[in-house]
Design a protein around this ligand. Structure first.
Ligand SMILES: [Zn+2]
Length: 281
């Protein structure tokens, strides 16, 4: 079974015309003002899955700063899941800028049956210590419902691109170590954060930390797969494409180049994320 753990679906009205959201939501504007930044419809996601022989996808929206837009996005993801329950795994996302509204939306979606939270991101100003603190009530909920939480993390070095933000890695580590019953999926190879699992005082507290491969073809040499598996563990790397940014074939190519085949490839392509999703209450 192949599961893509990182795909985005935005509200249909945004796909039709993104101008208003580009103007109103600074973070969205930074990522999507270029017409080259693709927005997929539910139909396009299904076609992508079929054409790539991907069985299922975790689908989530965008962390809109406007509450109504975030709720609408989550509702459209839920509708998509209800139409295709065998293909779509719904995650809920929202902005953490207003902790009260974040908690309201997290409660609404998780009690409604969403399979996880994420991709949480602070695209406007980055992840500061206070943002991770503000997230704690939502993490209590995720722990209660035994659902995974995906956080956007990117590498602190290298070339700049829209959506590349500052991440307070110390605060991130405090968060994962304070919530050791939560499966955290750190997107984009966790910005390299996984390497610290080799430190004896850090590793034991990262037992439930996973990373996804989203955007790797734009960021890394294919050796990143083996390095991540060796340092964090063979159960910890999850296929995520960031569709519609990229499709599955680019990742297959990287896995081929890294000579990752058989049992380990099957775990990365779906087995590992299945284990996490099976824990849901
Ligand atoms: Zn991301």
């Amino acid at each position: 079974m192949i599961i893509d753990c990182h795909t985005h679906l935005l509200p249909r009205r945004v796909k039709t015309d993104r101008t208003e959201c580009v103007r109103k939501d600074k973070a969205f504007g930074a990522l999507f003002s270029s017409a080259k930044a693709k927005v997929a419809s539910p139909e396009e996601i299904l076609t992508y899955l079929d054409n790539s022989r991907v069985d299922k996808a975790i689908v989530f929206g965008f962390p809109w700063e406007d509450y109504e837009t975030a709720a609408q996005n989550n509702d459209e993801i839920w509708d998509f899941y209800e139409k295709y329950p065998d293909r779509i795994i719904p995650f809920a996302t929202f902005s953490v800028l207003d902790p009260g509204l974040a908690h309201k939306e997290c409660t609404r979606t998780l009690s409604g049956g969403f399979a996880g939270v994420g991709e949480l991101a602070m695209y406007r100003n980055g992840w500061a210590t206070a943002d991770f603190e503000a997230l704690r009530p939502c993490l209590d909920l995720a722990e209660h419902f035994r659902v995974p939480v995906m956080i956007h993390v990117n590498e602190p070095v290298g070339h700049d691109y829209p959506g590349k933000i500052f991440v307070d890695l110390k605060a991130l580590f405090k968060t994962v170590s304070d919530f050791q019953e939560i499966d955290f999926i750190l997107a984009h190879f966790g910005g390299g954060f996984f390497i610290y699992s080799l430190m004896p005082e850090i590793g034991p507290k990262m037992k439930r930390v996973y990373i996804d491969t989203a955007a790797a073809p734009f960021l890394y040499d294919s050796r990143i797969f083996s390095v991540a598996v060796q340092s964090l563990g063979e159960d910890k790397v999850l296929l995520g494409t960031d569709f519609p940014l990229l499709g599955f074939s680019r990742y297959e190519l990287m896995l081929d180049q890294a000579n990752i085949q058989g049992y380990l490839r099957a775990k990365i392509l779906g087995g590992n994320v299945q284990t996490i999703l099976n824990r849901k209450r």
